[in-house]
Ligand binder design. Structure first.
Ligand SMILES: NCCC[C@H](NC(=O)CCC(=O)O)C(=O)O
Ligand SMILES: NC(=O)OP(=O)(O)O
Length: 312
């Protein structure tokens, strides 16, 4: 594998899950694979889990991680071609990506969407510019439309906790005060579509995800109906896709409660706002597997880095 920018880069999710479980059982087995190799992590946005688990994954493989907060610390980056750069942006991505490629053997990038310019977000301008102008492999640490390290982590976690061979998995929208990206929901959907699970999505009217991603997956506008016999309830807020980037509903009736989820396991990528998205009683109960889910971020990232290192 050269780059890892989408769930579509996973050739066989069952094989990947098996390999990630082996890494989790023996995380230092390949500690010489990345010896003297450098992983550069570039953050255009905040992060706790991705920032730490991806570094931990690199360290487990013997790599040296170096981290930069691009927004604020680096020069403002211009992504448009042919512009007269007489505004705020001091450096073009063409030079920046080429230069960082000289220091790093793999570059990982986090860059959220604008949520105002649908066309620009869907063009994955930042991720694609790095792929084009860097000369080393690129890893997506959450881009405008996808969070494939999270999506694969979620598949691994469901595989670990499932009690039946084909569990029912529900992706449920929940309220939030801010307009959030679609990336996590998109990658989770794509990961579930590759797994042997019964997968459905629950969201209010006006919150249907990009139909090109949801495809044949059933979408319910009634949360109760969707939650019937669920084994896993994966919760995430996202802003409207149809009314792009807008918050068109904050109905607290969509918040996740103990009563609603019954015996299902509760999942969330984190960070999560307590008592807005989900009640304390869920997060503080045995139903919640969010901490182990976050633990799995390390092994998901480790497998991705391992596959890229082995390729080159
Ligand atoms: N990487 C995991 C989620 C990141 C981001 N969440 C956030 O921005 C939450 C911000 C807040 O709660 O203020 C998202 O939804 O894509
Ligand atoms: N789930 C996740 O990506 O968390 P961070 O935003 O803290 O990295």
């Amino acid at each position: 594998m050269k780059h890892y920018t989408s769930i579509n880069d996973i050739d066989n999710i069952d094989d990947w899950i098996k390999e990630a479980k082996e890494l989790k059982a023996n995380p230092l087995k390949y500690r010489d694979l990345g010896k003297d190799k450098t992983l550069g992590l570039l953050f255009f946005n905040s992060s706790l889990r991705t920032r730490l688990s991806t570094q931990k994954a690199a360290l487990n493989l013997g790599m040296n991680p170096i981290v930069m907060n691009v927004s604020g610390d680096a020069w403002g980056l211009e992504f448009e071609d042919g512009t007269v750069m007489n505004g705020n942006m001091a450096e073009h991505i063409r030079e920046a990506a080429a230069v960082v490629s000289q220091y790093c053997d793999i570059i990982a990038v986090r860059a959220f969407p604008t949520l105002t310019d649908k066309e620009k977000d869907e063009s994955e301008q930042v991720m694609n510019a790095f792929m084009k102008y860097a000369s080393v492999p690129i890893v997506n640490m959450e881009s405008a439309t996808g969070h494939p390290l999270q999506g694969f982590t979620d598949a691994l976690t469901i595989s670990e906790y499932k009690k039946v061979s084909k569990p029912k998995v529900v992706l449920s929208w929940a309220p939030h005060i801010k307009a959030l990206p679609h990336a996590v929901a998109n990658s989770f959907t794509q990961a579930m579509q590759k797994m042997d699970v019964e997968f459905v999505i629950a969201n209010p009217e006006g919150y249907d995800l990009n139909p090109e991603i949801t495809g044949d997956t059933p979408v319910y506008h009634n949360q109760k109906e969707a939650f019937e016999d669920a084994d896993f309830v994966y919760t995430k807020n996202w802003s409207s896709y149809e009314h792009y980037g807008k918050v068109v509903n904050t109905d607290p009736d969509w918040m996740i409660t103990k009563e609603k989820i019954g015996n299902a396991k509760f999942m969330h990528c984190l960070p999560v706002r307590r008592n807005v998205v989900v009640k304390d009683a869920v997060l503080d109960s045995d139903s919640s597997i969010v901490i182990e889910q976050a633990n799995n971020r390390t092994y998901a990232a480790q497998l991705v880095l391992k596959k890229i290192l082995e390729n080159g």
